[in-house]
Design a protein around this ligand. Structure first.
Ligand code: ADP
Ligand code: MG
Length: 410
């Protein structure tokens, strides 16, 4: 028997799993008609050879900003061909293209110029951009997605982009800035704000009903008929609505639920799969959060995971004892109990630890805490840090002795 036979004989739940990926943009976007119309009206001057106002878009993550702007951009390019205009929509993800130079270089390269991604003086790239735009009689719409990720230095470039039109005659640049961070504007230079947000479009969070519509539309494309059990879409939508109306979160949940059902060889995606998916996504999120923590926080968490196996709850003092011991094992100098206390507060805020301050009568106050994460999964996540890898053995020995003797042993 071929090892793949089993895998292939399973009936597939999916008709097309790609439509659940982040990169997929649907052909219609329910509950964004208003924003689509607004954008179309604001951008329509491009089709008559004019220059529209710059637009600033904001709304929380997963409210459909990127999808909507991509959709409108595609329609705009299509319409411009009919209108005999050279409208080019240049979508830039500022998390990746994060400096002034790169924004300009990527634009020049879009028109076939051989500007290297580093190395030239910025002025030279700027001149090259002007040259190629004029030559191509291009009306460019630059979408600066996640504009809050542009580094501070890039502000000058933003400013020069907003001013460039006065130096162009046959071509123009208009800007659409997209931000998840509503406070972003407070940090910007006033002259940039005023030219960047001549017009504003707001993307409000989706409610549970709207998310249900979005999920249903996607599920129809993604799954074979009758595959989703009653209640699956509702639960995914409800969770997405709790997460500040986040369509991405809801879609991820649906995808992961289906993957779990598939792995279990089930013929249907059921509510119980969604519940497992919620836990899996939370774990993935935890692993991602942990990855970026300072080593002392990681050691504290490692200690807590050991304590947690002994008893569900523990105090700052106990955590500090185990932490110091672990520091010795990995060759890191321990920090003071006071600073440890601050780090614990931080872990509490991240939702990995849950702590309460309790009064011990005349013995003062102490903090008691428990882990919000599964201790074994937490250790696995922490051991991904090479500095903590040697603790695997420590954890094994720990299990064989009791806490007191372990702390006092060599
Ligand atoms: P944002 O850019 O605001 O963070 P996205 O545009 O990336 O959000 O949307 C997140 C996910 O949800 C994407 O997969 C997108 O296709 C989907 N989505 C968002 N809004 C809608 C909608 N109204 N209809 C269909 N899918 C949507
Ligand atoms: Mg986005």
């Amino acid at each position: 028997m071929n090892i793949f036979d089993n895998l292939l004989s399973n009936v597939s739940l999916f008709k097309n799993r790609d439509v659940l990926r982040h990169t997929y943009t649907p052909d219609s976007l329910p509950h964004r008609e208003e924003q689509i119309n607004q954008l179309a009206i604001l951008l329509s001057p491009l089709l008559r050879g004019g220059t529209p106002s710059n637009i600033f878009i904001y709304g929380k993550t997963g409210t459909g900003k990127t999808a909507t702007v991509s959709f409108v951009g595609r329609q705009l390019e299509e319409a411009s061909r009919k209108a005999k205009q050279n409208v080019v929509v240049h979508h830039i993800n500022c998390e990746i293209v994060d400096t002034a130079y790169r924004v300009l270089a990527s634009l020049a390269r879009r028109f076939g110029s051989h500007v290297p991604m580093t190395g030239w003086p910025t002025d030279q790239v700027y001149d090259e951009v002007k040259k190629v735009l004029e030559k191509n009689r291009a009306r460019v719409l630059i979408v600066l997605d996640e504009i809050d990720k542009l580094v501070k230095k890039a502000e000058e470039a933003l400013y020069s982009l907003t001013r460039i039109n006065s130096e162009l005659s046959n071509s123009s640049i208009s800007l659409v800035g997209i931000s998840n961070n509503l406070k972003f504007k407070e940090h910007l230079d006033a002259r940039i704000i005023s030219s960047l947000s001549e017009e504003e479009v707001v993307f409000p969070p989706y409610n549970a009903e709207q998310l249900e519509d979005i999920l249903r539309q996607r599920a129809e494309l993604a799954f074979n008929e009758g595959v989703l059990e009653e209640g699956v879409i509702q639960l995914c939508a409800a969770i997405g609505a709790q997460e500040h109306g986040d369509a991405r979160r809801a879609l991820d949940l649906l995808r992961v639920s289906a993957e779990i059902a598939e792995r279990e060889g089930d013929t249907k995606v059921r509510v119980e799969h969604v519940k497992k998916a919620i836990r899996k996504i939370e774990t993935d999120y935890m692993i991602e959060t942990i990855r970026t923590l300072p080593v002392h926080s990681k050691l504290l968490l490692y200690g807590m995971s050991l304590l947690s196996d002994v008893s569900g709850k523990f105090t700052t003092g106990e955590v500090y004892c185990v932490y110091k011991k672990l520091c010795g094992k990995v060759g890191v100098d321990p920090i003071t109990q006071r600073r440890v206390s601050d780090l614990i507060s931080e872990l509490d805020m991240l939702g990995i630890v849950n702590s309460v301050v309790i009064s011990k009568g005349r013995y003062g106050r102490t903090r008691e805490m428990r882990l919000e994460a599964d201790s074994r999964q937490l250790r696995e996540a922490l051991e991904r840090d090479y500095r903590l890898q040697s603790l695997k053995e420590v954890a094994n020995n720990f299990r064989k002795t009791n806490l007191e003797s372990w702390i006092w042993s060599g």
